[in-house]
Design a protein around this ligand. Structure first.
Ligand code: ARG
Length: 467
């Protein structure tokens, strides 16, 4: 075999890698996504070797020139990736030999693929986390916009999927903003953990060259170099952090999707979704199905699966590097792709839905949703304990149920049968328009339409500033 076509370890081996093994051993189809990070890290590594006088300037500029040429080739789709050279690191190194000749051999001084791959992967994961955060921000903005136009839209709030208490549609939507804000925080805090530079730890034992790890760390945008070389090449916590944050974010997206599917159903009819985000049936002409919402709900399992697979891969691995770890990239890449798409689709769904206000208000007064407000009224106006007030309110609900009436359909005389010292103003309580509350947003907020408006406006201003 000519030197040119040999793998880097070909000089030690008597036989070529079997084609069957090559198919699973090679990761190039997956890790070519790391090419920007790999070339960036190699350029900085070369600059450090020159600065430390480990290689001379001339060799350094040849290497950097060659690397930049390769970057342009890959960006322009002119690069031929070869399975034979296993991964992105060796594909690039092999091409460097073709472009600049034997000088390419100086690039791998004082590093191993083990520190190289984690450096690339950490850089990529950092970039991916920021991209997810920016898409979450877009989603938050759309939810805020939808909430703003629905402050006075009253809907039934549910517990156990039974009508519970009347709430503002805006209040409900804002709950999701809190969830997505926590997701953002999780991805930001992951970046903090990622922020230690692996480059320079070699295969596992460090290196005897006088390298400057602080230099490479700073130039690559890390806070500091990692501390223990064995841990550095064994550590995939940052991949677990990413996958776990992605799974939690996917849970939130899936709950939102589930909710939209329920609300859009013919039974609930609480929202309308624009035809743009619906599909028809091949047999039932009347159908308009919320497929995009179902798909993002369905794909959540793939995010969980990647996390589970990564945990399982790592749990039995002794320190330090094992080839098992090569599987990490496809798991993280897939989870990222799915999550990013799901966030974008969720955003599109939010933009394309509208509240069915009439239906919302009708459903709000079904299921005796003002019974709690009546109990509260009795506590506040009749000096009762909550338990006594609860009993009286339950009696009224039983009466209304027997009469097949909603609470707001009862006459004042009927209400007085339950307690005869009540004044007419009690009747206001049974009207959901007067009853819906923002207690969940601001615990001490007095229940009045003015304070609801005021407080929600406060929430909007606050959220626009932070996202
Ligand atoms: N492609 C490998 C991976 O992603 C790079 C590290 C290879 N190191 C080794 N000792 N075989 O894990």
């Amino acid at each position: 075999m000519k030197n040119k076509n040999k793998t880097v370890w070909g000089h030690r081996f008597n036989n070529q890698t079997s084609k069957i093994f090559e198919n699973i051993g090679s990761s190039i189809d997956v890790d070519k996504r790391l090419f920007e990070e790999d070339i960036f890290a190699s350029i900085i590594h070369t600059q450090m070797l020159v600065k430390q006088k480990i290689i001379d300037k001339k060799k350094g500029s040849k290497i950097i020139g060659g690397l930049k040429k390769i970057r342009t080739e890959i960006r322009r789709n002119k690069f031929k990736f070869k399975k034979k050279y296993e991964d992105i690191h060796l594909n690039i190194e092999k091409r460097l030999f073709e472009i600049i000749g034997e000088n390419a051999g100086y690039l791998h001084i004082a590093r191993s693929r083990n520190d190289q791959v984690i450096t690339d992967f950490k850089l990529w994961t950092k970039k991916a986390s920021l991209e997810i955060i920016s898409k979450i921000n877009d989603l938050i903005k759309s939810i805020l916009k939808k909430s703003e136009s629905n402050i006075n839209t009253i809907m039934p709030g549910f517990t156990h999927l039974k009508n519970a208490q009347p709430i503002s549609f805006a209040h409900y939507l804002l709950a999701y903003i809190e969830m997505f804000k926590r997701d953002k925080k999780r991805f930001y805090s992951n970046i903090d953990y990622i922020n230690e530079c692996p480059l320079g730890v070699g295969a596992l034992a460090g290196t005897s060259y006088k390298i400057d790890r602080k230099f490479t760390s700073k130039k690559l945008g890390f806070k500091k170099p990692t501390s223990n070389s064995i841990d550095t090449v064994s550590d995939r916590d940052f991949a677990l952090d990413f996958l776990s944050s992605a799974s939690i974010c996917a849970v939130h997206i899936s709950r939102l999707a589930e909710e939209l599917i329920i609300w859009n159903s013919d039974i609930f009819k609480l929202i309308k979704i624009n035809d743009k985000m619906l599909t028809g049936s091949s047999i039932m002409p009347q159908k308009k199905n919320p497929d995009p919402a179902e798909l993002i709900r369905g794909r959540t399992g793939k995010n969980f699966g990647s996390l589970q697979a990564m945990l399982t891969t790592l749990k039995g691995l002794p320190l330090s590097y094992y080839k098992d770890m090569q599987e990490d990239k496809s798991l993280v890449f897939n989870s990222y792709d799915i999550l990013l798409e799901s966030i974008i689709i969720a955003n599109e769904l939010i933009k394309n839905l509208s509240a069915n206000k009439k239906r919302m208000i009708t459903l709000s007064s079904e299921g005796y949703t003002t019974a709690t407000d009546f109990a509260d009224y009795l506590v506040q106006n009749k000096n009762l304990s909550f338990r006594d007030a609860y009993k009286i309110s339950a009696k009224l609900v039983n009466y209304a149920e027997k009469k097949k009436k909603k609470l707001n359909e009862l006459s004042f005389n009927e209400v007085k049968r339950i307690r005869n010292d009540l004044k007419k103003d009690v009747m206001k309580i049974f009207d959901v328009i007067n009853a819906f509350s923002t207690v969940g947003i601001f615990t001490f907020c007095p229940i009045s339409p003015f304070s609801i408006q005021f407080n929600l406006v406060g929430v909007f201003i606050f959220n626009f500033i932070i996202c």
